[in-house]
Design a protein around this ligand. Structure first.
Ligand code: MG
Length: 377
């Protein structure tokens, strides 16, 4: 047996299985060619393994044309292609035979594009140490076993749902595929039935295998970007409130509410990202309810309306000649982070003048923009 502990860096080959027909997805074409955020599922999965010595993609001739064109664009020159067989077992066997020689082989379903680097690395470490590393998760559902027509319960702590990557010392998995005949559910079954011990590593619940139509629903709308902009005129005798922070200044901003322009821009960015009506529609300045309103309270209402999304980051720009914004930025960031319930590192506030030009440059008013990135919960 190859003593990998003695080798400083074993050669690692990944096999990405893209040969299924994916009929259960009901897309009318191979599900691994489905586009998720501008890139196919297959390419997203393959990218996770380009850092290794070699990547072997198992797929049909037609799908190879599509995938190889994208790989060329990305200058991925360690990718080769192998035709799939009638069954998963046959496909993996073909891929393993084509390798010839390597130290470690990672076998991964092309329909699992959300696998984490950590899961992959853990499976490799386990394969180096024990011969195998198979990603599994605990079942979130109760487990029942049916025998002779009757059901009995079992302790789900001892039951695992098997994912990929499934990583092995090459010589051992090659041997297993050579001695075992027939069709098996996965590589760990072939390995186990050939007399080897399967070691488990922690997978993650989001390393899902895209299978049914519902798995594909909403994948392209996981992330959304929003933009908002607002201007208010300066007026004597008004408070100046920016990002929920009161600033000592001879002039405040005029408006129906407290005229907190950056918070208005943030609300419009959030509403825009979630395709909801803007604040002019939600909080009309003809409605006495919103007279003198604290904009932070209005923002809380918008957060409730958009609560099925979480905020990834927020970028605010304040444009004014006076007062200087920099001394207040930390306080503003902390205030917004607290209201939005995110880390202040995810809130950024920049400030600029407009070089004495226009409404803001002549000191007539203050403008603010906000960009926000959100993700479906
Ligand atoms: Mg406004």
């Amino acid at each position: 047996m190859l003593d990998l502990c003695m080798k400083s860096s074993p050669e690692i080959t990944a096999v990405v299985l893209c040969a299924g027909k994916g009929q259960r997805a009901g897309l009318g074409y191979n599900k691994i060619l489905h586009n998720v955020g501008g890139t196919t599922v297959a390419v997203r999965s393959i990218r996770k393994f380009l850092r290794f010595d070699r990547v072997i993609v198992v797929c049909s001739r037609d799908d190879e044309m599509n995938i190889s064109a994208q790989m060329e664009l990305e200058h991925a020159n360690n990718v080769t292609f192998v035709r799939g067989g009638e069954t998963r077992t046959e496909s993996v066997r073909s891929a393993l035979k084509s390798i010839g020689k390597t130290d470690i082989v990672i076998i991964h379903d092309g329909a699992r594009p959300f696998v984490s680097d950590k899961t992959i690395d853990d499976s490799i470490e386990s394969a180096i140490e024990f011969g195998s590393g198979v990603a599994v998760v605990k079942s979130v559902n109760a487990i029942k076993i049916k025998e002779n027509g009757f059901v009995h319960s079992t302790n789900r702590d001892n039951v695992f749902v098997v994912q990929t990557p499934q990583t092995f010392r090459f010589e051992e998995i090659m041997h297993a595929y050579e001695v075992m005949e027939g069709s098996f559910a996965d590589d760990s079954e072939v390995y186990e039935r050939a007399g080897h011990r399967v070691h488990l590593v922690d997978g993650t619940s989001d390393n899902i295998k895209l299978t049914t139509p519902s798995d594909f629903m909403g994948l392209n709308s996981l992330y959304r970007l929003g933009y908002g902009f607002d201007v208010h005129a300066f007026k004597e005798g008004r408070r100046l409130v920016l990002c929920g922070v009161e600033i000592d200044h001879p002039l405040g901003l005029d408006g129906h509410s407290d005229a907190d322009a950056p918070v208005h821009a943030i609300m419009d960015a959030l509403l825009s990202a979630t395709s909801l009506p803007d604040i002019g529609v939600l909080f009309p300045d003809t409605d006495p309810e919103f007279e003198g309103a604290d904009s932070i309270e209005l923002l809380r209402k918008v957060l409730k309306l958009t609560s099925n999304f979480e905020i990834i980051n927020l970028s605010v720009c304040i444009i004014t000649q006076k007062p200087k914004i920099a001394p207040h930025v930390e306080k503003m960031r902390n205030r917004l982070a607290e209201v939005l319930n995110i880390s202040s590192e995810c809130v950024n506030i920049s400030a600029t003048t407009s070089e004495f030009l226009g409404i803001t440059g002549e000191g007539k008013g203050l403008a603010s923009s906000a960009d926000i990135l959100i993700r479906k919960r």
